[in-house]
Design a protein around this ligand. Structure first.
Ligand code: GTP
Ligand code: MG
Length: 235
């Protein structure tokens, strides 16, 4: 069978090549198709986990009269980043290798209001009987040397496709608005300039992370004071 691409870039299969089309090797098309399918499967896994988080947020909002989750962001890792990471870690570059060796192709970032909300959401997610927690990195209790704080979970969630059930891995990063503020700017600045080695700048960035962490704790204690007052008034 001939598989061709017309000048508009549309792929089609035909017994004979249409005039003016480029022939594409079947092996390439096969890999491309598999990559598209992989992307779809991770997108679906993200949708499943996002729904679980939205349900938790809605339920907790009614119970506590405030939203523990401010925002949920998500992304599927781009093919170029997938290939770069496989190469960097010395893994073969194939769809099979992505499934076996990468944990962060599907990524969800949960931005919480307060530090305790992070642990509430993480525990409630981990307790669900169709979720399997593969790994936890608590960069809040143990911040990275540069000051980075966030709660990371690698989870596995079953997704029911047309032909089979597949356990898909998803990386969930849970942090407060304040932690996200620091991490976003840290990320932006690192991409612009190589500040990794500039120790003075690194120190200042770390100081900012610590000030932000203090503010997070202060906000939490303020919320608790308000809640205490409210509960005394209701006695
Ligand atoms: P990656 O190869 O980057 O995925 O790192 P890893 O497999 O060692 O995992 P880790 O849990 O340390 O980091 C995973 C993700 O957390 C990164 O892709 C970033 O999104 C985020 N992250 C980790 N460290 C930092 C940091 O110092 N600054 C910022 N802005 N983000 C970070
Ligand atoms: Mg990553």
């Amino acid at each position: 069978m001939n598989i061709s691409m017309n000048p508009n870039g549309e792929l089609y299969q035909s017994a004979v090549n249409a005039p003016g089309t480029i022939e594409i090797p079947e092996s390439f098309l096969n890999e491309a198709r598999q990559f598209r399918e992989l992307n779809m499967r991770y997108t679906c896994a993200i949708r499943e986990v996002k729904t679980k988080l939205e349900v938790l947020n809605d339920d907790l909002a009614i119970r506590n009269q405030r939203n523990p989750i401010q925002m949920i962001k998500s992304r599927v890792k781009k093919p170029e980043s997938i290939i770069e990471k496989l190469h960097r870690r010395g893994f073969p570059i194939s769809v099979k290798s992505v499934r076996e060796n990468l944990y962060d192709v599907a990524g969800i970032r949960v931005i919480c209001s307060f530090v305790d909300d992070i642990y509430t959401v993480a525990e409630m997610l981990a307790r669900q009987d169709d979720i399997n927690v593969l790994m936890v990195k608590d960069y809040i209790r143990c911040p990275k040397v540069n000051g980075y704080r966030s709660y990371h979970m690698i989870i596995e969630v079953p997704v029911f496709f047309s032909d089979r059930k597949e356990n898909m891995r998803v990386e969930v990063q849970i942090r407060t608005i304040a932690m996200d503020f620091w991490a976003s700017l840290d990320h932006q600045m690192k991409y612009k300039k190589d500040v990794e080695d500039a120790s003075e700048i690194s120190e200042e960035l770390k100081e900012c992370a610590e000030v932000i962490a203090q503010t997070d704790l202060k906000m939490l204690s303020l919320r608790r004071k308000i809640e205490d007052r409210e509960s005394k008034e209701n006695l």
